[in-house]
Design a protein around this ligand. Structure first.
Ligand SMILES: Nc1ncnc2c1ncn2[C@@H]1O[C@H](COP(=O)(O)OP(=O)(O)OP(=O)(O)O)[C@@H](O)[C@H]1O
Length: 300
Protein backbone atom coordinates (compact mmCIF):
# COMPACT_ATOMS: atom_id res chain seq x y z
CA UNK A 1 0.00 0.00 0.00
CA UNK A 2 1.14 3.53 -0.76
CA UNK A 3 0.39 6.21 1.79
CA UNK A 4 1.33 9.86 1.69
CA UNK A 5 0.71 12.45 4.37
CA UNK A 6 0.83 16.18 3.63
CA UNK A 7 3.35 15.66 0.86
CA UNK A 8 4.70 18.93 -0.56
CA UNK A 9 7.25 20.00 -3.14
CA UNK A 10 8.15 23.45 -4.44
CA UNK A 11 10.40 24.59 -7.24
CA UNK A 12 11.55 28.04 -6.17
CA UNK A 13 8.39 29.97 -5.39
CA UNK A 14 6.21 27.51 -7.34
CA UNK A 15 4.32 25.03 -5.19
CA UNK A 16 4.07 22.00 -7.50
CA UNK A 17 2.60 19.59 -4.92
CA UNK A 18 0.75 20.93 -1.92
CA UNK A 19 0.06 18.81 1.17
CA UNK A 20 -1.12 15.74 -0.70
CA UNK A 21 -2.49 12.97 1.51
CA UNK A 22 -3.39 9.86 -0.46
CA UNK A 23 -3.89 6.15 0.04
CA UNK A 24 -3.40 3.76 -2.86
CA UNK A 25 -4.58 0.23 -2.12
CA UNK A 26 -2.80 -2.87 -3.38
CA UNK A 27 -4.02 -4.76 -6.42
CA UNK A 28 -6.03 -1.95 -7.86
CA UNK A 29 -5.45 0.40 -10.76
CA UNK A 30 -5.12 3.97 -9.58
CA UNK A 31 -5.68 6.86 -11.99
CA UNK A 32 -4.04 10.17 -11.22
CA UNK A 33 -5.94 12.78 -13.20
CA UNK A 34 -5.26 16.48 -13.56
CA UNK A 35 -4.68 19.20 -16.11
CA UNK A 36 -1.24 20.09 -17.46
CA UNK A 37 0.88 21.45 -14.64
CA UNK A 38 -1.39 20.07 -11.89
CA UNK A 39 1.59 18.31 -10.28
CA UNK A 40 1.08 14.71 -11.46
CA UNK A 41 4.65 14.07 -12.66
CA UNK A 42 6.14 15.71 -9.59
CA UNK A 43 3.96 13.53 -7.36
CA UNK A 44 4.81 10.35 -9.30
CA UNK A 45 8.52 11.14 -9.19
CA UNK A 46 8.34 11.53 -5.43
CA UNK A 47 6.34 8.31 -5.07
CA UNK A 48 8.96 6.50 -7.15
CA UNK A 49 11.74 7.91 -4.96
CA UNK A 50 13.31 9.80 -7.86
CA UNK A 51 12.66 13.19 -6.28
CA UNK A 52 12.84 14.09 -2.60
CA UNK A 53 9.88 15.85 -1.02
CA UNK A 54 10.31 19.15 0.85
CA UNK A 55 7.94 18.03 3.58
CA UNK A 56 5.42 15.31 4.38
CA UNK A 57 5.85 11.55 4.27
CA UNK A 58 5.61 8.71 1.75
CA UNK A 59 5.36 5.13 2.89
CA UNK A 60 5.27 2.23 0.50
CA UNK A 61 4.47 -1.03 2.26
CA UNK A 62 5.18 0.86 5.48
CA UNK A 63 8.71 1.83 4.40
CA UNK A 64 10.01 5.24 3.37
CA UNK A 65 10.86 5.21 -0.33
CA UNK A 66 13.57 7.80 -0.85
CA UNK A 67 17.07 6.22 -1.00
CA UNK A 68 15.60 2.85 -0.04
CA UNK A 69 16.96 0.21 -2.47
CA UNK A 70 14.78 -2.58 -1.06
CA UNK A 71 11.52 -0.82 -1.83
CA UNK A 72 12.84 0.49 -5.15
CA UNK A 73 13.18 -3.11 -6.35
CA UNK A 74 9.39 -3.17 -6.20
CA UNK A 75 8.97 -0.01 -8.28
CA UNK A 76 9.19 0.56 -12.01
CA UNK A 77 8.79 4.13 -13.19
CA UNK A 78 7.72 4.88 -16.76
CA UNK A 79 8.40 8.58 -17.35
CA UNK A 80 6.41 10.54 -19.96
CA UNK A 81 9.41 10.40 -22.28
CA UNK A 82 10.63 6.81 -22.26
CA UNK A 83 14.34 6.32 -21.86
CA UNK A 84 16.29 3.67 -23.76
CA UNK A 85 20.04 3.32 -24.17
CA UNK A 86 21.35 4.67 -27.43
CA UNK A 87 21.04 2.10 -30.24
CA UNK A 88 19.61 -0.47 -27.83
CA UNK A 89 17.22 -3.19 -28.92
CA UNK A 90 14.43 -4.41 -26.64
CA UNK A 91 16.40 -7.61 -26.11
CA UNK A 92 19.33 -5.59 -24.74
CA UNK A 93 17.02 -3.51 -22.53
CA UNK A 94 15.60 -6.75 -21.09
CA UNK A 95 19.13 -7.96 -20.28
CA UNK A 96 19.84 -4.69 -18.53
CA UNK A 97 16.62 -4.61 -16.48
CA UNK A 98 16.94 -8.29 -15.57
CA UNK A 99 20.23 -7.48 -13.77
CA UNK A 100 18.39 -5.09 -11.45
CA UNK A 101 14.94 -6.64 -11.20
CA UNK A 102 15.41 -10.19 -9.95
CA UNK A 103 11.85 -11.19 -10.79
CA UNK A 104 12.14 -10.07 -14.44
CA UNK A 105 9.81 -12.27 -16.49
CA UNK A 106 11.58 -12.83 -19.83
CA UNK A 107 9.07 -15.39 -21.01
CA UNK A 108 6.18 -13.00 -20.52
CA UNK A 109 8.19 -10.35 -22.30
CA UNK A 110 8.72 -12.55 -25.40
CA UNK A 111 5.03 -13.33 -25.48
CA UNK A 112 3.88 -9.73 -25.17
CA UNK A 113 6.43 -8.44 -27.69
CA UNK A 114 5.35 -11.09 -30.16
CA UNK A 115 1.62 -10.41 -29.56
CA UNK A 116 2.17 -6.70 -30.16
CA UNK A 117 4.30 -7.37 -33.25
CA UNK A 118 7.39 -5.68 -31.80
CA UNK A 119 10.74 -7.02 -33.03
CA UNK A 120 13.00 -7.57 -30.01
CA UNK A 121 16.13 -7.40 -32.14
CA UNK A 122 15.36 -4.13 -33.88
CA UNK A 123 16.85 -0.88 -32.59
CA UNK A 124 14.22 0.90 -30.50
CA UNK A 125 15.33 4.23 -31.99
CA UNK A 126 13.78 3.08 -35.30
CA UNK A 127 10.37 2.47 -33.66
CA UNK A 128 7.48 4.91 -34.09
CA UNK A 129 6.39 6.99 -31.08
CA UNK A 130 3.53 4.60 -30.31
CA UNK A 131 5.78 1.55 -30.69
CA UNK A 132 8.27 3.10 -28.25
CA UNK A 133 5.43 3.59 -25.75
CA UNK A 134 4.39 -0.04 -26.15
CA UNK A 135 7.99 -1.19 -25.76
CA UNK A 136 8.45 0.88 -22.59
CA UNK A 137 5.20 -0.42 -21.14
CA UNK A 138 5.94 -4.11 -21.63
CA UNK A 139 9.56 -3.68 -20.50
CA UNK A 140 8.14 -2.16 -17.31
CA UNK A 141 5.37 -4.69 -16.75
CA UNK A 142 7.74 -7.65 -17.14
CA UNK A 143 10.09 -6.29 -14.48
CA UNK A 144 7.78 -8.11 -12.06
CA UNK A 145 7.65 -5.17 -9.64
CA UNK A 146 4.69 -4.73 -7.38
CA UNK A 147 4.25 -1.08 -8.38
CA UNK A 148 4.30 0.45 -11.84
CA UNK A 149 4.19 4.23 -12.14
CA UNK A 150 3.02 5.33 -15.58
CA UNK A 151 3.29 8.97 -16.60
CA UNK A 152 1.03 9.65 -19.61
CA UNK A 153 1.71 6.12 -20.80
CA UNK A 154 -1.30 5.91 -23.11
CA UNK A 155 -0.46 9.16 -24.85
CA UNK A 156 0.48 8.42 -28.46
CA UNK A 157 -1.15 5.00 -28.57
CA UNK A 158 -3.87 4.44 -31.13
CA UNK A 159 -7.28 3.33 -29.79
CA UNK A 160 -6.64 -0.35 -30.51
CA UNK A 161 -3.27 -0.27 -28.77
CA UNK A 162 -4.70 1.74 -25.87
CA UNK A 163 -7.26 -0.98 -25.36
CA UNK A 164 -4.55 -3.65 -25.63
CA UNK A 165 -2.40 -1.82 -23.06
CA UNK A 166 -5.37 -1.58 -20.69
CA UNK A 167 -6.08 -5.29 -21.09
CA UNK A 168 -2.45 -6.18 -20.38
CA UNK A 169 -2.48 -4.11 -17.17
CA UNK A 170 -5.82 -5.54 -16.05
CA UNK A 171 -4.55 -9.08 -16.72
CA UNK A 172 -1.42 -8.48 -14.61
CA UNK A 173 -3.52 -7.12 -11.74
CA UNK A 174 -5.68 -10.25 -11.84
CA UNK A 175 -2.69 -12.62 -12.01
CA UNK A 176 -0.22 -11.33 -9.44
CA UNK A 177 0.46 -8.71 -6.78
CA UNK A 178 0.50 -5.64 -8.97
CA UNK A 179 -0.57 -2.03 -8.53
CA UNK A 180 -0.26 0.31 -11.51
CA UNK A 181 -0.62 4.05 -10.96
CA UNK A 182 -1.43 5.90 -14.17
CA UNK A 183 -1.13 9.67 -14.47
CA UNK A 184 -2.95 11.39 -17.29
CA UNK A 185 -4.29 14.82 -18.21
CA UNK A 186 -6.93 13.07 -20.29
CA UNK A 187 -9.83 11.59 -18.35
CA UNK A 188 -10.80 9.47 -21.35
CA UNK A 189 -7.48 7.64 -21.11
CA UNK A 190 -8.29 6.62 -17.56
CA UNK A 191 -11.79 5.56 -18.52
CA UNK A 192 -12.65 1.87 -18.22
CA UNK A 193 -9.46 0.93 -16.47
CA UNK A 194 -9.09 2.59 -13.09
CA UNK A 195 -10.63 1.22 -9.91
CA UNK A 196 -9.85 4.40 -8.08
CA UNK A 197 -9.23 7.93 -9.33
CA UNK A 198 -7.48 10.84 -7.65
CA UNK A 199 -7.97 14.28 -9.11
CA UNK A 200 -5.10 16.73 -8.68
CA UNK A 201 -5.62 20.43 -9.13
CA UNK A 202 -2.97 23.09 -8.53
CA UNK A 203 -0.85 20.62 -6.58
CA UNK A 204 -3.65 19.53 -4.23
CA UNK A 205 -6.04 16.56 -4.25
CA UNK A 206 -9.53 17.69 -5.22
CA UNK A 207 -10.96 14.24 -4.73
CA UNK A 208 -9.86 10.63 -4.45
CA UNK A 209 -12.60 8.05 -4.91
CA UNK A 210 -13.50 4.55 -5.79
CA UNK A 211 -15.00 4.58 -9.30
CA UNK A 212 -17.57 1.86 -8.59
CA UNK A 213 -18.71 3.71 -5.46
CA UNK A 214 -19.17 6.92 -7.42
CA UNK A 215 -21.15 5.02 -10.05
CA UNK A 216 -23.60 3.78 -7.42
CA UNK A 217 -24.89 7.28 -6.75
CA UNK A 218 -25.01 8.83 -10.17
CA UNK A 219 -26.61 7.48 -13.33
CA UNK A 220 -27.06 8.40 -16.93
CA UNK A 221 -30.43 7.65 -18.46
CA UNK A 222 -32.08 8.14 -21.81
CA UNK A 223 -35.81 8.19 -22.34
CA UNK A 224 -38.57 9.36 -24.62
CA UNK A 225 -41.63 10.73 -22.81
CA UNK A 226 -44.41 11.64 -25.22
CA UNK A 227 -46.33 13.84 -22.75
CA UNK A 228 -44.50 17.20 -22.45
CA UNK A 229 -46.02 18.01 -19.08
CA UNK A 230 -44.99 14.62 -17.69
CA UNK A 231 -41.47 15.27 -18.97
CA UNK A 232 -41.31 18.66 -17.24
CA UNK A 233 -42.56 17.15 -14.00
CA UNK A 234 -39.96 14.39 -14.24
CA UNK A 235 -37.17 16.93 -14.64
CA UNK A 236 -38.41 18.67 -11.49
CA UNK A 237 -38.79 15.44 -9.59
CA UNK A 238 -35.33 14.00 -10.30
CA UNK A 239 -32.03 15.38 -9.00
CA UNK A 240 -30.79 16.21 -12.51
CA UNK A 241 -27.12 17.24 -12.88
CA UNK A 242 -27.19 17.67 -16.65
CA UNK A 243 -29.70 17.10 -19.38
CA UNK A 244 -29.91 17.37 -23.10
CA UNK A 245 -32.84 16.97 -25.45
CA UNK A 246 -32.39 15.93 -29.06
CA UNK A 247 -35.68 15.67 -30.93
CA UNK A 248 -37.72 13.62 -28.48
CA UNK A 249 -34.77 11.85 -26.83
CA UNK A 250 -34.02 13.12 -23.34
CA UNK A 251 -30.56 12.28 -21.92
CA UNK A 252 -29.99 13.03 -18.25
CA UNK A 253 -27.27 12.59 -15.66
CA UNK A 254 -29.11 12.09 -12.40
CA UNK A 255 -28.06 11.70 -8.78
CA UNK A 256 -29.68 8.96 -6.74
CA UNK A 257 -30.28 5.22 -6.64
CA UNK A 258 -30.78 3.56 -9.99
CA UNK A 259 -34.02 1.69 -9.15
CA UNK A 260 -35.60 4.83 -7.75
CA UNK A 261 -34.68 6.88 -10.82
CA UNK A 262 -36.02 4.24 -13.22
CA UNK A 263 -39.20 3.91 -11.18
CA UNK A 264 -39.84 7.66 -11.44
CA UNK A 265 -39.19 7.62 -15.18
CA UNK A 266 -41.44 4.62 -15.73
CA UNK A 267 -44.23 6.38 -13.79
CA UNK A 268 -44.23 8.98 -16.60
CA UNK A 269 -45.08 6.32 -19.18
CA UNK A 270 -42.01 6.59 -21.42
CA UNK A 271 -41.98 5.11 -24.92
CA UNK A 272 -38.53 3.95 -24.05
CA UNK A 273 -36.11 4.30 -21.11
CA UNK A 274 -32.69 2.86 -20.36
CA UNK A 275 -29.65 3.47 -18.20
CA UNK A 276 -26.39 3.93 -20.12
CA UNK A 277 -22.76 3.92 -18.91
CA UNK A 278 -21.38 7.13 -17.43
CA UNK A 279 -18.08 8.65 -18.47
CA UNK A 280 -15.51 9.59 -15.82
CA UNK A 281 -15.97 13.19 -16.84
CA UNK A 282 -19.67 13.04 -16.05
CA UNK A 283 -18.97 11.45 -12.68
CA UNK A 284 -16.36 14.09 -11.88
CA UNK A 285 -18.73 16.89 -12.82
CA UNK A 286 -21.16 15.74 -10.18
CA UNK A 287 -18.49 15.05 -7.58
CA UNK A 288 -16.67 18.36 -7.91
CA UNK A 289 -19.54 20.78 -8.36
CA UNK A 290 -20.07 20.65 -4.60
CA UNK A 291 -16.56 22.00 -4.18
CA UNK A 292 -17.43 24.81 -6.59
CA UNK A 293 -15.24 23.65 -9.46
CA UNK A 294 -16.28 23.67 -13.09
CA UNK A 295 -14.70 20.46 -14.29
CA UNK A 296 -15.24 21.39 -17.93
CA UNK A 297 -12.83 24.25 -17.40
CA UNK A 298 -10.30 21.88 -15.83
CA UNK A 299 -10.51 19.28 -18.61
CA UNK A 300 -11.14 20.89 -21.97
N1 LIG B 1 12.25 20.71 -12.33
C1 LIG B 1 11.37 21.71 -12.24
N2 LIG B 1 11.75 22.98 -12.06
C2 LIG B 1 10.86 24.00 -11.96
N3 LIG B 1 9.52 23.83 -12.03
C3 LIG B 1 9.07 22.57 -12.21
C4 LIG B 1 9.95 21.44 -12.33
N4 LIG B 1 9.20 20.32 -12.50
C5 LIG B 1 7.91 20.72 -12.50
N5 LIG B 1 7.83 22.06 -12.32
C6 LIG B 1 6.59 22.86 -12.23
O1 LIG B 1 5.74 22.24 -11.30
C7 LIG B 1 4.38 22.29 -11.74
C8 LIG B 1 3.82 20.88 -11.83
O2 LIG B 1 4.50 20.21 -12.88
P1 LIG B 1 4.25 18.68 -13.22
O3 LIG B 1 5.18 18.30 -14.33
O4 LIG B 1 4.31 17.90 -11.97
O5 LIG B 1 2.73 18.73 -13.74
P2 LIG B 1 1.88 17.64 -14.52
O6 LIG B 1 0.56 17.57 -13.84
O7 LIG B 1 2.64 16.37 -14.65
O8 LIG B 1 1.71 18.33 -15.95
P3 LIG B 1 1.63 17.67 -17.42
O9 LIG B 1 0.27 17.04 -17.55
O10 LIG B 1 1.77 18.89 -18.28
O11 LIG B 1 2.77 16.71 -17.56
C9 LIG B 1 4.40 23.03 -13.08
O12 LIG B 1 4.05 24.36 -12.88
C10 LIG B 1 5.85 22.88 -13.54
O13 LIG B 1 6.23 24.00 -14.33
Amino acid sequence: MIKTEKLSKSFGSLQAVNEVSLKISDNSIFGLAGTNGAGKSTLLRMLAGVLKQDSGTIFIDNKPVYENPTIKEEIFFLPDVAYFFQNATMKEMVQYYAMYYRKYDRERFHKLASNLGLDEKRKISTFSKGMKRQAALILGICSGTKYLFCDETFDGLDPVMRQAAKSILAYEVSEREFTPIIASHNLRELEDICDHVGLLHKGGVLLSKDVEDMKLHIHKVQCVIPDEKAEEELLQELDVMQYEKRLSLLTMVVKGEREEIMRKINNRKPLFAEAIPLTLEEIFISETEVAGYDIKKLFI
